[in-house]
Design a protein around this ligand. Structure first.
Ligand code: T4K
Length: 389
């Protein structure tokens, strides 16, 4: 192993020469954005690949989330998870909607459906769950609650590109699902995102909203925003689709190698794989439990010293940030499982070009830390204890 840094991820890029013809076409046509030919082709091709009815392309997932809430006219309070990237809850504040944090399930770290009903008030209008690390939420139970209380469901599916359950794409559940095509994601268009929607009517409204609210040259029907994906990003998206199976296969291989390489290390717990359907292996999260001789932050530092830049996704919890921590639902006692997870989570590097030498270096580093460190450091109680606390 050299002295090169190993980051938590590295974007997959197709061979540059394969992208040049796309660029030439853009240069020749002078069509750069506003629903050009690549944008149209990409929307259709992507919907087919994902197996979903309609896709609305966006400049990134954050603007897509903000727009999805606008599209469904969400107001009042929305139930969501504190265990996510901050964009999830920020999209609510940008809409003047109050986030209500509900704890997560200790196995999947997704919103715990058993705790949703207790958080519903007369002001609740929607649920905003996250398929965290691409692991599907309990979509059936969430939908049952939404049906009983007449709530909308918007899935933050930023991590869930290509994930399926027994019924096909995970993106077909709820009213809308939001994807991210950011550089750090399984599938990237440099920056980008999308809303997956069930019918033409909702697609039309979302398409107006992402184009300032314009319905035609002279008619503005809503307070829209500029969320359009450019021709450059759409062209790259088309080319990236040609490599997605390779990307997923490499990720599957790395996931399997980690599980094998880390098995038997006391205190290192790999999150379970999804039980059915197809995973995208977007992240490789481990929990550093009390049987490991170091706590999570000490292990994180040890890995950094070996040029391994793992990440603590998602620490701190969203509920800890200044704009959220005053909310009653943000209090620690309301979300003990999320806190316990945030304190011991570590996402290890996973990306298609991670070679076997780097992978072995990471596994060996964790093994050697486990072997060398004899004095147990004080660590928080295991997740199961937090659940019953
Ligand atoms: N909802 C959820 C659940 C999300 O996780 C996210 C984004 C969103 C919504 C919003 O989606 P977008 O609006 O971004 O489409 C990263 C990403 O910036 C963010 O997109 C992502 N979630 C989040 C989980 O991770 P950082 O601050 O950790 O990124 P950064 O720049 O530290 O990158 C991590 C590592 O990746 C670097 O150490 C090196 C590598 N890297 C990164 C970039 C940007 C590269 O090799 N090349 C690159 O171009 O947030």
């Amino acid at each position: 192993m050299g002295s090169d840094k190993i980051f938590v991820t590295r974007p997959f890029l197709p061979p540059l020469e394969e992208f040049l013809p796309y660029l030439e076409r853009i240069w020749q046509s002078g069509r750069l954005t506003n629903g050009g030919p690549y944008h149209k082709e990409f929307e259709t091709t992507l919907a087919e690949y994902l197996g979903v009815p309609h896709v609305c392309l966006f400049t990134n997932a954050t603007i897509a989330l903000v727009t999805a809430l606008q599209a469904l006219r969400i107001t009042g309070e929305v139930i969501t998870t504190p265990y996510s990237f901050v964009a999830t809850a920020h999209s609510l504040l940008w809409n003047g909607v109050k986030p209500v944090f509900v704890d997560v399930d200790p196995c999947t770290l997704n919103l715990d459906p058993g705790k949703i009903e207790a958080a519903i008030t007369p002001q609740t209008t929607a649920i905003l769950p996250v398929h965290c690390y691409g692991h599907p939420c309990n979509v059936e139970r969430i939908q049952r609650i939404a049906d009983v209380y007449n709530l909308r469901v918007i899935y933050d599916a930023a991590h869930a590109f290509g994930v399926t359950d027994r019924d096909g794409s995970i993106l077909k559940h709820g009213d809308l699902s939001i994807l991210s095509f950011h550089a750090t994601k399984v599938y990237n268009t440099f920056e980008g995102g999308a809303i997956v929607c069930p019918d033409r009517k909702s697609k039309e409204r979302i398409d107006f909203l992402k184009n300032f609210g314009f319905a035609d040259e002279t008619t503005v029907v809503a307070t829209g925003i500029n969320g359009k994906m450019s021709e450059f990003n759409a062209a790259l998206g088309l080319l990236q689709l040609k490599y997605i199976e390779h990307v997923l296969a490499r990720r599957r291989h790395i996931d399997a190698a980690y599980r094998k390489g880390l098995s038997g290390i006391a205190g290192i717990e790999c999150l379970p794989r999804q039980s059915e359907g197809r995973s995208n292996f977007a992240y490789f999260p481990i929990l550093v439990n009390k049987e490991f001789p170091l706590d999570r932050d000490a292990l994180y530092q040890c890995l950094l010293e070996r040029n391994i830049h793992a990440r603590r996704y998602f620490y701190p919890l969203i509920s800890e940030f200044p704009m959220y921590r005053g909310l009653p639902s943000a209090q620690r006692e309301n979300i003990p499982v999320a806190h316990a997870a945030a304190d011991r989570i570590l996402c290890l590097p996973i990306y298609p070009d991670l070679d076997s030498a780097c992978l072995q270096h990471i596994i060996d580093a964790i093994r050697s830390v486990a072997a060398q460190t004899s004095a147990p450091a004080p660590v928080p109680a295991p997740l199961s204890t937090a659940v019953s606390a």
